[in-house]
Write a protein of this length. Structure first.
Length: 192
């Protein structure tokens, strides 16, 4: 299941209203996507098992924020970008060790926010720990199902916030990023 919402700069998302008001002009529309895996399938006593989900972006985009989410068996989660190129290029842009007591939104700084072309796949990979060594695991002997309605079951998804860019905005953002990187490299060389 994929959950999708849009809001203009005057509206706000429940968890990212500040982000929308801070970063977007009135012409831009922020989008929020939940990549959600409903079946976990955690085998009893298995140390790490993986679950993943992907969704493609139909337009060029600037990714503003990422919020991993899982329940008590979550170990870590990563956001990987799979670019629409030949040969296929992948890039892991963000990983987080999971702690159920902290639900953190990672807002990207302007100089590192992912700027991606249309057709890029957002791939979220979540790892779980169903062993007795996981002190938060209530019952490592049991198979683990989808955590819809019960926290002792499990789930893995990410909220990803972005806004679409026209081809002109995309090219300008890439040129600006490249110019900033070149300037930084030049300054570093001069200091040596």
């Amino acid at each position: 299941m994929t959950i999708f919402r849009e809001a203009s700069a005057q509206e706000s998302f429940d968890t990212q209203g500040y982000l929308v008001r801070k970063l977007l002009s009135p012409e831009q529309v922020a989008k929020l996507l939940a990549l959600y895996r409903t079946t976990v399938g955690g085998d009893p006593k298995r140390d790490l098992y993986e679950s993943s989900r992907a969704n493609d972006l139909e337009k060029n985009a600037r990714i503003m924020a990422w919020q991993p989410h899982t329940h008590i068996r979550g170990k870590y989660q990563c956001l990987e970008l799979i670019y629409p190129s030949q040969p296929v290029k992948t890039e892991t842009v963000t990983c987080a060790n999971w702690n159920y007591n902290w639900h953190t939104i990672y807002n990207y700084a302007d100089d590192v926010t992912p700027i991606v072309p249309a057709g890029t796949l957002l791939h979220v990979i979540t790892w779980f720990d169903n062993t007795p060594g996981n002190k938060f695991n209530p019952d490592p002997k049991n198979w683990v199902g989808a955590g819809i309605g019960r926290t002792i079951d499990e789930m893995g998804f990410s909220w990803i916030g972005w806004y679409d860019m026209t081809d002109e905005e995309y090219k300008a953002a890439l040129a600006e990023r490249k110019a900033a990187q070149t300037k930084t490299q030049t300054q570093q060389q001069q200091q040596q």
